[in-house]
Design a protein around this ligand. Structure first.
Ligand code: C5P
Length: 228
């Protein structure tokens, strides 16, 4: 299992300070760059993280018509990030087109599909998607698998079911991790590290419990010890 840190700080300086502080662990860590950082700090920020030796997960959750998604995927691959994601609800045609477009790259990024956001509870999810989370997350995961993607973003609670209906090597990346029982914030389907391990999760994403902590390095060291 690998740790991916969500760099959702309000400023580039704070994100870089955290990345520099954790540099000695850069081989073991992935940095997740999402809307906030990418919109504000762009490619230069990604380059700074690369220079520090980190693997980068660009979390832009693409959702559009197939051709537009494939165009965006091609540009993302050119940046040289290590992983990015799309919404599984964009459909099999769009996901397949993304994978087809990436064939020309000798080394392409891993591509994951978002199943259900971890901030949804079942009731809220049902109102939008007309189905309970577990059923729909599995259906989305199967579509992503059949479209040639490398894995999915899901909650810990769906990870094992998804592996069972796809493949044990199909990656599950799970946000909503509260390593040692920290506050859930807006997340609804949270879990701790022990559960993530039991459910065979490949990547845990941790944001606020690390970057809002008074001693982020200490927390990261504790997590790394626990996931070894
Ligand atoms: O602060 P916290 O640990 O809740 O951060 C979780 C991160 O994972 C956020 O950056 C959020 O955008 C992202 N994410 C999520 N649920 C998904 C996909 C991504 O929470 N399904």
């Amino acid at each position: 299992m690998k740790l991916c840190i969500a760099l959702d700080n309000p400023s580039k300086q704070e994100n870089l300070k955290l990345a520099e502080e954790l540099k000695e662990y850069s081989n073991d860590l992935w940095m997740k760059v999402g809307f906030r950082s990418f919109i504000r700090d762009g490619h230069e920020f990604l380059k700074a993280l690369k220079d520090l030796g980190y693997n980068i997960f660009l979390d832009l959750k693409l959702y559009d018509i197939p051709n537009t998604m494939a165009d965006a995927a091609e540009e993302i691959a050119k940046i040289g990030v290590d992983m990015f994601n799309v919404h599984a609800s964009s459909g099999k045609r769009a996901m397949s087109e993304v994978m087809k477009r990436l064939e020309k790259f000798e080394k392409r990024p891993l591509v994951l599909a978002v199943t259900a956001l971890t901030s949804f509870d079942n009731e809220e999810f049902k109102k939008i998607y007309g189905s309970d989370i577990n059923t729909k997350a599995k259906e989305f995961a199967k579509n992503a698998y059949e479209s040639g993607l490398d894995g999915v973003v899901c909650s810990v609670w769906e990870s094992m079911d998804i592996k069972n209906i796809t493949n044990k090597n199909f990656i599950t990346l799970t946000p909503g991790i509260r390593p040692f029982g920290e506050d859930a914030g807006d997340q609804k389907r949270v879990a701790d590290i022990k559960t993530a391990k039991e459910k065979m999760v490949d990547f845990i994403v941790v944001g606020r419990p690390i970057y809002k902590s008074k001693n982020p390095k200490e927390i990261v060291e504790k997590i790394l010890k626990e996931i070894k």
